[in-house]
Ligand binder design. Sequence first.
Ligand SMILES: [Zn+2]
Length: 280
Amino acid sequence: MSQQSASHWDVFVLEYARAKDQPIASLINGTHDQGVMDTPFSFVFARSGDRNVLVDTGFMREGLGEEMSVRFGVPDWISPLRLLEELGVKPEDITDIFLSHAHFDHMGSVHKFPSARLYIQKRELLSWHEMLTLPKQFDYLTAIINPDDMRAMFTASIDHRVTLLDGDRENALPGLHARLGPGHTMGQQFIVLETARGPMVVAGDCIYSRVNLTGHNHDGCYVPLNNTVGSVYDQLMTMDRIKTAVDGDLDRVIILHDIDRWKNFELVKEIDGFRIVRAA
Ligand SMILES: [Zn+2]
């Protein structure tokens, strides 16, 4: 089988939480006059053959996860496991999890999937370990990291269930490509899935809105995020790589915090006000 013979992935976006009244300017540069919004949180389930894959996991409202959801103003939540159940998927069915980055809202349920192999960029995991060792005056850097998630990753590492990716990995699974996309965090990655619609990108937190790619007033100039620990330069280079990966077709970019709540995708189910949509 050649490297080019891509599997086609079925792709679902699962909305599992919403932050209330978040100032848009805390997320997107140049929006100081645009007020507040309710920011949705989501993760992706993708299936191809006998592979049941997650891109990110959401978080559980347990222990520090509960504490952080209060601190960051995320009152609306449904268990990511409940959403998967709606699709007939049990935690032990998940074979692989690609983590875009280590923020608690993306990696916070990682300990609930005992059979899964975990893929994260080496720079992402190790840079957080390094930043956690810094003195207290640097706590801003790690404010969105749940130490319990780092402990879960350490345990999974000892169990030989973690793959550290060192940059781009084409066909990490057949038809699934991991691409380094730093900026929001030091070792962020975005995922390209070959689908019946063509290549689709799960953008992690590389972008929060199409505005990041289209520019303010569609001027075509990439717009950086305001909630990052990496550089503006890296962010914009990552945005360009995402746009290139979908040949400029933004309907093939899955934005996990999409303020339009994935209106371009087919609604599969709505459970207690949370959407499951089919992207491909
Ligand atoms: Zn993040």
